[in-house]
Design a binder for this molecule. Structure first.
Ligand code: TXA
Ligand code: MG
Length: 313
């Protein structure tokens, strides 16, 4: 659902941002917890509310590639990728401009900044009306499952919840692909719905993995996106005291509860459903969540990345 909100609601949210407050808003990937990226106190509120480690930098959302140039040392790689995928679920890590007006904390001590232009209509309305860049991590407590619906943000923060713009369910359901373009070749820091194949097809650029072959942005610890109960991957059987997260048209039988990421075996559908289903099955009545295998190709790479981090303890 990519509907717009009435101008009065957007204006109230924009005022909250310009006064230094936090606003949760939908994007095509997941809900973000936004603050005015020019205001250090506002950005500090994001870290405090999420319980986010100060070494984990934030993504700055801007309305256009044009606006990104105000804060970055823009380069040819960034230009090519932005032209191909913005607005959309791709975040580019670029060198910070010399006189960069962004709060230092968005970069968490690095000389780079992560920037993206979201495609969601409500996010774009908010950026237009607020007229400032918006720093926004996913709107969950640090280490927990990202929210793909406004209700998830409410559950996550309870009485501490910020103003939330209601925009229905996020269509993509996984966080943006993060690519470092500070060097000679683009490097994948976090897999997402823009895959290496998509980038090759649209730009001819080959995206490399880190030197150690590990895909990892600074904040992506081994345990992340984690439900409170245990998660067991590549399940070939399921206990009657377990919840089952199935994939495909032959779900295992005998679980205490079952949800299916995609009966038809669609990876797009599985991505959209992943976080909401992990949340729904995260119930202490179950010993663990058993997850059936998801193919490790295309969007399945990002899905399996999140599942491995959800399972790590
Ligand atoms: O889809 C998304 O990207 C969502 C929506 C709200 O835009 N945002 C999101 O933000 O997922 P967050 O904070 O949950 O994840 C940002 C990721 C983290 O893994 C962080 O470490 C990495 O991007 N990151 C941010 N700035 C970086 C930088 N300067 N260098 C390297 N990695 C960076
Ligand atoms: Mg996050």
């Amino acid at each position: 659902m990519m509907t717009m909100l009435p101008a009065t609601i957007i204006q109230a949210a924009a005022d909250t941002l310009t006064k230094g407050g936090l606003v949760a808003f939908p994007t095509e990937t997941v809900y973000g917890l936004g603050a005015n990226a020019l205001n250090a106190d506002a950005v500090a509120r994001i870290f405090a509310l999420k319980g986010r480690p100060s070494f984990n930098p934030l993504i700055v959302h801007v309305k256009s590639a044009e606006a990104a140039r105000d804060y970055a040392k823009w380069n040819a790689l960034a230009e090519t990728l932005a032209a191909a995928f913005w607005p959309g679920p791709l975040t580019l890590v670029v060198p910070r401009a010399k006189a960069c007006a962004l709060a230092d904390a968005v970069s968490a001590g690095r000389d780079t900044v992560a920037i993206r232009v979201p495609a969601h209509m409500i996010a774009r309305q908010l950026l237009d009306t607020a007229g400032v860049p918006i720093a926004a991590p996913s709107a969950n407590r640090s280490g927990k499952v990202s929210p793909t619906a406004a209700a998830h943000v409410r559950e996550e923060f309870g009485v501490e919840a910020p103003l939330i713009l209601e925009g229905g369910n996020c269509v993509i359901g996984l966080e943006s692909t993060v690519i470092d373009v500070t060097g000679e070749a683009p490097v994948l820091l976090r897999p997402g719905s823009v895959t290496q194949e998509d980038i090759m097809a649209r730009t001819g650029l080959r995206v490399a993995l880190n030197e150690d072959g590990e895909i990892r942005a600074p904040g992506m610890l081994a345990s992340h996106y984690a439900p409170a109960i245990a998660v067991r991957l590549n399940a070939a059987d399921v206990g009657k005291d377990e919840a089952l997260l199935a994939f495909g048209d032959m779900p295992l039988q005998g679980a205490a509860a079952t949800m299916n990421l995609s009966v038809s075996g669609s990876l797009d559908e599985a991505a959209t459903n992943l976080f909401a289903m992990l949340r729904a099955l995260d119930d202490e009545r179950y010993r663990s969540i058993a997850v059936m295998p998801v193919p490790e190709h295309g969007l399945g790479i990002a899905i399996n990345d999140r599942l491995r981090r959800a399972a790590a303890r």
